[in-house]
Design a binder for this molecule. Structure first.
Ligand code: 5GP
Length: 191
């Protein structure tokens, strides 16, 4: 998606540890017009699949998922990053290893908000090693629902997440795939 790639080149900053900072338009300050174009693009990319619900993870996935959901006309559910309180068995939980913070955390989704046999589209801001997406996929499977696909704004193609998801047979679409980035701030995209 050219406008996203151009924006990354203009405003993205390569930080230590292979982290791309896009706080200016995606992760802190939000360019809603850009989000809107991203939402339309997700709809185009997943137009041939049945989507009953969009699942994302707090916090950065929520805005993107909400804008996209208007084009799919479905509700958004976000996984909460909280200590699992599954005393009554009312939530699905999974554990995610955080790429940006280097520690594991639990994610939870109420059983009320993912139903058996539904088709769930997962949307997130970044794909790095794939742990966040795998946690969300795990929750969809625990609910007995189907993963309609995974839609990512920015995939770092030099990390393993994309490969892992494709090997699992997941229908993955990323709006911008970074082939390489270096400490001097040079960023290259895959075609
Ligand atoms: P993964 O679980 O695929 O390793 O990493 C994806 C999650 O980590 C995303 O939800 C995102 O919040 C965060 N993340 C991974 N890499 C980056 C990055 O380069 N920049 C930013 N801003 N977030 C990242």
């Amino acid at each position: 998606m050219d406008i996203l790639k151009e924006r990354i080149l203009k405003d993205g900053r390569v930080a230590k540890g292979g982290v791309l900072k896009v706080d200016n338009f995606l992760n802190h300050q939000i360019d809603v017009k850009l989000y809107n174009e991203m939402g339309k693009e997700f709809k185009k990319l997943f137009d041939d699949v049945k989507v009953d619900r969009i699942l994302t993870i707090e916090a950065s996935g929520i805005g993107i998922a909400c804008v996209a959901a208007q084009y799919f006309d479905v509700p958004v559910v976000f996984a909460k990053k909280a200590k699992s309180k599954n005393i009554d068995g009312e939530v699905y939980t999974s554990t995610v290893e955080s790429f940006t913070y280097g520690k594991s955390y639990d994610i939870t989704v109420s059983k009320k908000f993912i139903l058996e046999n539904e088709n769930v589209l997962i949307i997130d801001d970044f794909l790095a090693n794939g742990k966040a997406s795998l946690g969300l996929i795990d929750i969809v499977k625990k609910a007995g629902a189907n993963v309609a696909g995974v839609g990512i704004a920015i995939e770092k193609g030099f990390q393993d997440g994309g490969k892992t998801l494709k090997e699992m047979g997941i229908n993955l679409h990323s709006l911008a795939v970074i082939k390489s980035m270096d400490d001097e701030g040079n960023i290259q995209f895959e075609d």
